[in-house]
Design a protein around this ligand. Structure first.
Ligand SMILES: *Cc1c(COP(=O)(O)O)cnc(C)c1O
Length: 238
């Protein structure tokens, strides 16, 4: 069966993840790989499943829903992209974790939808640690108030925090961003009622620094599936 080179890349990726854990004195089980399958077809997801992947990340709803239908039913799907409030209704039942909640209004919408669905939606708050204007995410100063509001919501489960580091070819450039997210987490978990155990940070070019700084979820796409096809004629990174 065609594996598109995925099994070989997966082995290399797992080795690098394990080595990063070792350097940081962490156990490999503490870090989960979210295989970012956006833009790749179900056949490639299935190849990754044969290699042992069981958790996949998607960022576009219109692409993800038919793909989830076409893939084996025992997989865990995470919504990692920017989420619009009018998509919450479809996202809540289909995804096990929403990584990038970036406003109180969005969180309130998720609470309402999850309540109606009789469901508890697991989420992370996206934090714009670097302060880049082009990025989504809550400013760090705004997070405590959102956490306080979330304490009054019984249908959202705030698992932790997510960040996107500024793109740089230098894999070390992102390290201070990852460290700052972890430091913020340590402070906010002391101040709030949430343990915030999940830290979703690190992508293909910087996941090792992220693991060394405390990531529990790394979101790796091209490093696993290979070069991403361009979508709609534009660069497909969010
Ligand atoms: C596409 C994407 C990734 C994966 O990026 P790669 O560089 O392909 O590993 C990770 N996180 C988010 C939010 C993404 O949109």
């Amino acid at each position: 069966m065609e594996d598109y080179g995925i099994l070989g890349r997966l082995e290399v990726l797992r080795g690098r993840m394990a080595a990063a854990c070792k350097r940081a004195g962490r156990r490999p089980e503490e870090v989960r790989l979210v295989a970012v399958s956006k833009t790749y077809p179900p056949e490639m997801v299935e190849a990754a499943v044969r290699g042992g992947c069981d958790c996949f990340g998607e960022s576009r709803l219109y692409e993800a829903l038919p793909k989830i239908e076409a893939c084996p039913g025992n997989l865990e799907w995470h919504f990692i992209g920017h989420l619009q409030r009018n998509k919450v209704q479809q996202v809540v039942p289909a995804f096990a974790l929403i990584h990038a909640v970036d406003s109180l209004r969005l969180l309130e919408r998720i609470e309402t939808v999850a309540e109606v669905a009789g469901h508890r939606a697991a989420i992370c708050l996206e934090v714009n640690v670097s302060g880049e204007a082009s990025k989504f995410g809550l400013a760090p100063a705004d997070v405590p108030a959102v956490l306080e509001a979330a304490e009054g919501m019984s249908h959202v489960d705030v698992r932790g925090l997510m960040t996107m580091a500024p793109f740089s070819p230098d894999s070390e450039a992102a390290r201070p961003v990852f460290r700052r997210l972890r430091e913020c987490r340590d402070r906010w978990s002391r101040q709030s009622g949430f343990a915030l155990e999940t830290l979703s940070m690190g992508m293909s070019n910087d996941f090792e620094a992220a693991i060394e700084e405390g990531a529990t979820l790394v979101r790796v796409g091209t490093g696993l599936f290979g070069k991403r096809p361009a979508v709609d004629g534009r660069e497909s990174c969010e």
